[in-house]
Design a protein around this ligand. Sequence first.
Ligand code: FAD
Length: 243
Amino acid sequence: MRTTAVDKGDHYVLNGSKTFISNGIPADLVIVVARTNPDAGHWGISLLVVERGMEGFERGRNLDKMGLKAQDTAELSFDNVIVPKANLLGEEGSGFISLMVNLPQERISIAVIAVAAIEHVLDMCPAYAKEREAFGRPIGKFQNTRFVLAEMATEAHIARVFVNDCVLKLNAGEVDTSLAAMAKWWTTELQKRVVDAGVQLHGGYGYMSEYPISKAYVDSRIQTIYGGTTEIQKEIIGRMLGL
Ligand SMILES: Cc1cc2nc3c(=O)[nH]c(=O)nc-3n(C[C@H](O)[C@H](O)[C@H](O)COP(=O)(O)OP(=O)(O)OC[C@H]3O[C@@H](n4cnc5c(N)ncnc54)[C@H](O)[C@@H]3O)c2cc1C
């Protein structure tokens, strides 16, 4: 993290850039994580609220992604932006703690998206399996197709029960970092597997952009990356296990 905010009395001077920022193009307010004390490690990180129109705050183009075309992803740059002290969110140096407190919610929300996407695939696939015929019968009459869909339905249910439990715990203020990491990596990896199986079940049509399963495939790919990659989630869980 190289973005810095230098204390100048009643304001900070912010310099740096951020890449891959969801909703960065339409956002009027952005919360920037910056180092206010380069020597204090985690305790030198603060959150600054930067407003559209502040001099030196620029946004680049909407980045061209393979999927999630309806959502923008931006690069933001900060060149000597004067940010009043009133725009400090929380205490100076408390930024890392704020992130740690809020990241589990973000990760569970990504798991919720994963479960919704899995259930959507599960709506599409049996319908296609009944309609598409090969070798004189609907493909749903092949045992392999039924087995694939049975596995999908089973895992979708496990995912929903798991995520429902996480949401209940989140609402009760009981979610911990480890549980959120488990939900994030496991449901998003499942989403990738289920969508891939869905494309296979659609045959060549599954590869055609006009088919919703194709869109589900490209949209799913980011899920194991943003919000912290699967590998990082497993690192978090490993650390919570004392390893
Ligand atoms: C569409 C999109 C939207 C995004 N939206 C936002 C946003 O709104 N706000 C925001 O802040 N960020 C956002 N991001 C950034 C996203 O969170 C990061 O891209 C993601 O966390 C991965 O970081 P990285 O790209 O630097 O990958 P890297 O850290 O370079 O990782 C590359 C590979 O190395 C592996 N790796 C890295 N470190 C370790 C390790 N310690 N152990 C094992 N493996 C490791 C990773 O798992 C990965 O496989 C977005 C990204 C995209 C693509």
